[in-house]
Design a protein around this ligand. Sequence first.
Ligand code: FES
Length: 514
Amino acid sequence: MANQRELDYILPGRAESYWLATIPESNYPALQGDLRVDIAIIGGGIVGLTTAYLLKEAGFSSIAVIEAGHILRGVTGHTTAKVTSQHHLIYDRLISKFGKRQAQQYAESNQAAIEKIASIVASKKINCDFVRKPAYVYAESEDSTNRIQNEVQAARNLGIPAYFEENLPLPFKTYGAVRFNDQAQFHPAKYLSALAEEIHGDGCHIFEKTRALKIKGEEPMTITTDKGSITAHRVIQATHYPIHDKPGLFFQRLHQSRSYVLGVRIRDPFPDGMFINAEKPARSLRSQRTDNGELILVGGEGHRTGEEENEISRYQNLEKWVRANYSVDSIDYRWSTQDTISIDHIPYIGRQTSGNDNIFLATGFKKWGMTTGTVAAMIITDMIAGKLNPWEEVYDPSRFKPVESAKTFVSQAVEATKGLVGDRILPVHKEASDIPPGEGAIVKIEGERVAAYRDQNGTLYALDPSCRHMGCIVSWNNAEKTWDCPCHGSRYNAAGEVIHSPAVYGLPEKKVKK
Ligand code: FES
């Protein structure tokens, strides 16, 4: 439980992603009635929109993108938006665990994604603050220097322009860094809003406020939504966790991780580059040009969803760290996001292994979705167009890696199902009467476990705490004021309405005496 000092902490900045605060809200129509298209895409983030854009560019003319809320408001709108093939320290591990061929596919595909974004920005003249930057992973302790040097070698071995850097222009001691040249950063919401405009029209659609509820059939398939149904020959699940996972294949192969960002104004100019440390807790830094000068995005504090009882402390840790290292003028924004991570830390991209060749999925981007999301769009577009893609193998959703030990699989499976089993026997922390206004907790009322939230007027809302996806017990996120499911990332607002799939129905009210 949080101590009093932590509870008294006032969260800094406005609770909104800078990206979403600086674009107009989209206003695409909701689906009305039933529709037939060639290709339906569920999810209006970077994967869904880039795939729709590339398919349309490749000559497909009957596409529908369905988004439950507004496009870009999910994980994509809450990223730090580094456009890089430098996904922390990854290449040395990839070569040793998967071999050079597959490591090469990963490296090449992500380098190609940077160039794909650059070429779309240039050809469509998209004003999205796209700039080339070097990317660095730095060592905070001498113990990490070896890992950095090994990464430089591994990346160079795969053809990435990687270099060892002795000294960094950062205001704290570092012990060497790996630098990748010619990486980039951008404003993802401006970029993808422009793609959305290219997609909508001429037989292609974007439907907002249209929640996909289920997918049935084989060829064609029917997507039932809360507004009507869409029949399509190909379906792409571009949601952060597949809503259609009937055989439960991904249930034990993905886990959720939450991380936090502060948008900070500092007195001194920020150096040229994007930075992240090699150790934990993560400290990620990049700058962003804004109308009011430079904004520094400070990210990190990742943890498994549902394992933190006091999410507010994560913002507090980031604030302490940035104030200890920089002269801070103001903290203007704060936001958090929830990413999906696969067992072997490589995304699943391609045909879903459900015996139906016409369903595709892309998930498990492990916080690096700007490039891997674009890779997903490139691979799936090629698959649908019947072209051989050179990077399919490493991302194949049906892969089984003997190199990943059974022990790893079992421990991941335990983590993925923790909320289903373990949370059910965790003690309940509070009485309903202990919950202050604006807070929530899992409590027992009349012997029944209840997700209880007290609004600012003192009214108590009692919800069934079993997630509508597969029944895990949700936990209260005191920083975002949401109910988060630790198993596959469903999120609900304080009133129990779904804000993040794979759950498609809200938490029902629990009939108890309050
Ligand atoms: Fe799967 Fe909650 S049980 S997201």
